[in-house]
Each structure stands twice: as C-alpha cells, then as structure tokens.
Design a protein around this ligand. Sequence first.
Ligand SMILES: [Ca+2]
Length: 329
Amino acid sequence: MTRVVVISVLLFCSLADSARIKRRVASQRYANPSSYSGQTCASMDGSCVATEGECANDVVPGLGCNESPLCCLPSVLPEHIGGLEGLKGPIPGTMIVGGTEAARNRWPWQVSLQTSQGFHFCGGSLLNDQWVLTAAHCLASRSIGRVVLGDHDLTTHQGTEVIRGVSHVVEHPSFQNYGSYPNDIALVKLDTPVSFSAAVQPIYLSNEGDSFNNNECWITGWGETRNTGDPTKLNELVIKVIDQQSCARQWQPTAILNTHICVGDGETGACSGDSGGPLSCMKNGKWTLAGVTSFGVAGCETGGSPDVYTRVSMYRPWIEYVIRRGGRK
Ligand SMILES: [Ca+2]
C-alpha cells in the first residue's frame, strides 16, 4: 500500500490507427467547412443557430440552414459523424510516448480545476449545464478558484474557454483520504450555468450495473507527462478496462473495491494532475462517463499496476440526489 499515491495527472498512449483517425475526423469536423460537400446540417444531426456567438469556432456556415440562421452546429455525438473520410486531423503528437495530444475540443466535457491564480491541479467532467464531477481527493488540499471549460491549451487563449466560479462543493460523505481512497468522488456546482457549444458539452452518466470491459475507452487530462508530451495541451490515451479480479491481483486484493474501475497496464496512463478527470467510454453510441481518475503508482510509468478510477456507475443515485437538492446538505 505504500506504493499507492493519488494521481493528479494522465498520459496518453498510442491507439489503433483506425480509432485514432476516426476520432480525429470527428474532432476536425468544425475546422474545414469546405469538406462538408454533400452533407447537410440534418445529416449530421446538427441544428442551425441564429446568433453569431453560438457559431463561434463551430464554423460550418449556412450548411443546410436557410436564411437567417448563420451556421450549423453539428451534433457532438460520435455516432453522427460518419462519412467524412478524407479529412485529415492535426499532426500526431509524436513527442508523447505511446500517446498523443488531443484534437482541440474533442472531449468537450473535460474541465480544468484551477486555483484562483490559474494553476491547474485537477480535471473534472461536465454532467449538465451547472455540475462537474471530480475526485474528492482533489479538494482535500486545495480549493477551487475557478473552473475552466472548453479549453485545450492552458497557456493560450483560443476563444472557446468558458470560466466559472464555484457555488457548492459536495464531497462524498464516505470519502477517505488514505488507503485506497474509497468513495473518491465529489460534485462541484458552477456559480452560473454554461451554454453548450462545440467546445462545452456534458457527458452521459453511466447507469448502475454498466460494464465497460469491451468498450472503447479513453482517458484525458492536463497532468504530468513524465517528459513524454506537453502537459499544457490536453492529452488523450485510449486504454483498456481491466477486469476486477486481474486488477486486484496486480494490486493488493483488499485495495481494489467494487467501487473502483481499473484501466491500463501502469506503463502508460494517468499521472499527477489528471486526477478527477474522466474515463470516457463509448457505450450504446454515446460517450459515457465510466470513471473518475483516483490513484495509481508513484512515478506513473510502472508496469503491472493498472490505474484505479472511481466507478461512476455505482454513484449515480448519490449524484442524482445531490444535484436534485442543488448542493444543499
Ligand atoms: Ca486556452
């Protein structure tokens, strides 16, 4: 147990080319309107929006929109993004060992929890227009000064960022900040709701009983890369969910609880600064939040010990209860 440390960061790993290209295509869909020939807003399950602000950075001007609407805002759900072969994504982030820099705003539910001075210390996931899910241990030693949504490069302003303060923080009442960090989950209520855009979208919450062992899953974050990448940019890693028994064997059997979900091989995965961020899995055609980054082995690049995430599906009743009560105790 002495090797257990809280993760506050993630790395990224290489993925199958096909998956990478597919995702890149999805994330590039706003960048090159001329490549949408033959597409309509409706065929992308999009909607025409009539105010210029809603179009910002989502430039698919007039695609299937008549008269006053300015642009089409395509659905961000990946199942609607087929048929755009030929678009090329950004150059892969070759500096990241086994991983890559995420395409901009590919993970629009990813948020950065920062101090009031703008120091990123943890990630989180947007659940609706005012609530973010993160890890309770993120809040044990720091308080959130601001929540940044819609970001990619923490060092530059790209125009998609949305910044909010915090009105409520609700840690799970049974969280323990030691051992294997049971119930490492917390909810953060933004001081004012956000509007959704291509860069800011919620992720579906997993249901009780959901399993993700055979799903496409990714982890993301601005955490340490151990000199394998640039942590000022959002990094991503496709990662395999490890079955509970194997994970318990590789850790200590008592360390892995049924409220945990394990991923990866320990060589690549989460690291300091990634804590609280999402394990996003494709389930029934929707990106679904399967886990919250909790802990791993110190040093991060340690084979044989999967990263351990809080299994979100086990907490759905608690999450709904807290949100329904608006954060009141
Ligand atoms: Ca930025």
